[in-house]
Design a protein around this ligand. Structure first.
Ligand code: GUN
Length: 295
């Protein structure tokens, strides 16, 4: 008899809806106390299609949660100095609780310089070294939105992680590296034994097959196949890619770093793309902005 797969979805859309409901309530309280709603600004430089979609989703999420939002769109020819001047202006704007500069930036702008220029108290993306350092030391601060969203997703579904082997694929500053730290922290979710893998890892599949929790964040469409995953694993897919498909109205479909259809039947839990980590990143951004507004 064929085995019936029994995986459960780590549904980021549904989790976000519940969490954002609570955020909206708290935002209303903040608005009553301070006579203004939490206020997030998003800066978009250039016209990258995917970045625009993400920024639009962030602005829309603010509206739904009763936040104020400001979208600042700059041309692709904006100079580094112009962007730095804007960052300084936003740092000093008393009406603004937090802001983000959507990445990637055009190649002529140094992302590190821009990130360093953001006031850590308004850095609701959690990308500034001060906030990353605070995370490492377990001090209060803003956690990077995507890794924090993954922790919230696991918490929402009551997934126990203590003592498990978590394998993170990718070592980026904004996902892989902070994710590995959050999963090893003495907290629940957390308390994992963590392995960080990357493009130079030898025999990657042998390591991913040992994962109780697998978190691919490599930016390669459908890279993780069924043979790389252990039976019963928990898989959280951070990737999101547009695959051209002219027959669709939008002209593309979205896939993650995981070949979902063949991997899902082996999993105990798996997050879909879209509707998994993406909405949770935005939910974390709202949580960080609310925190900034509360001071
Ligand atoms: N680009 C991809 N993910 C993110 C994110 O979480 N924040 C910003 N600012 N840019 C991104």
């Amino acid at each position: 008899m064929a085995e019936v797969s029994t995986y459960r979805l780590l549904d980021g859309k549904s989790a976000s809806k519940a969490i954002r409901g609570r955020i909206a309530q708290e935002a209303a309280e903040v608005k009553t106390e301070r006579a203004r709603a939490p206020h997030l600004a998003a800066v978009l430089v250039g016209s990258d299609g995917a970045s625009r979609t993400y920024v639009d989703a962030k602005v829309k999420a603010c509206e739904t949660a009763g936040f104020r939002s400001t979208l600042i769109e700059l041309g692709a020819d904006t100079t580094e100095d112009e962007l730095l001047a804007l960052v300084h202006r936003l740092n000093n704007d008393p009406e603004l609780d937090g802001f983000i500069v959507q990445l990637p930036l055009p190649v002529h702008i140094d992302e590190e310089k821009v990130t360093l220029a953001i006031d850590p108290r308004k850095d609701v993306d959690g990308f500034h070294p001060e906030n990353l350092g605070r995370m490492v030391l377990g001090l209060p601060g803003f956690l990077p939105a995507t890794p924090a969203g993954i922790v919230e997703l696991l918490r929402h579904y009551g997934v126990r992680t203590s003592g498990m082997h978590c394998v993170v694929v990718g070592r980026s500053n904004i996902v892989g590296t902070p994710m590995s730290i959050l999963m090893s922290r003495n907290s629940e979710p957390g308390n994992c034994t963590v392995t960080v893998t990357h493009s130079r890892t030898r025999d990657l599949a042998a390591i991913t097959r040992q994962a109780d929790i697998l978190i691919p964040a490599i930016g390669r469409p459908e890279f993780i196949t069924a043979d790389m995953v252990k039976e019963g694993a928990i898989v959280v897919d951070v990737g999101i890619h547009r695959i051209e498909e002219p027959s669709r109205k939008r002209g593309f479909r979205l896939v993650g770093d995981v070949k979902f259809d063949e991997v899902a039947p082996k999993c105990s839990w798996i997050s879909p793309v879209p509707g998994g980590v993406g909405p949770m990143t935005i939910t974390s951004l709202l949580l960080n902005t609310l925190k900034a507004a509360k001071g």
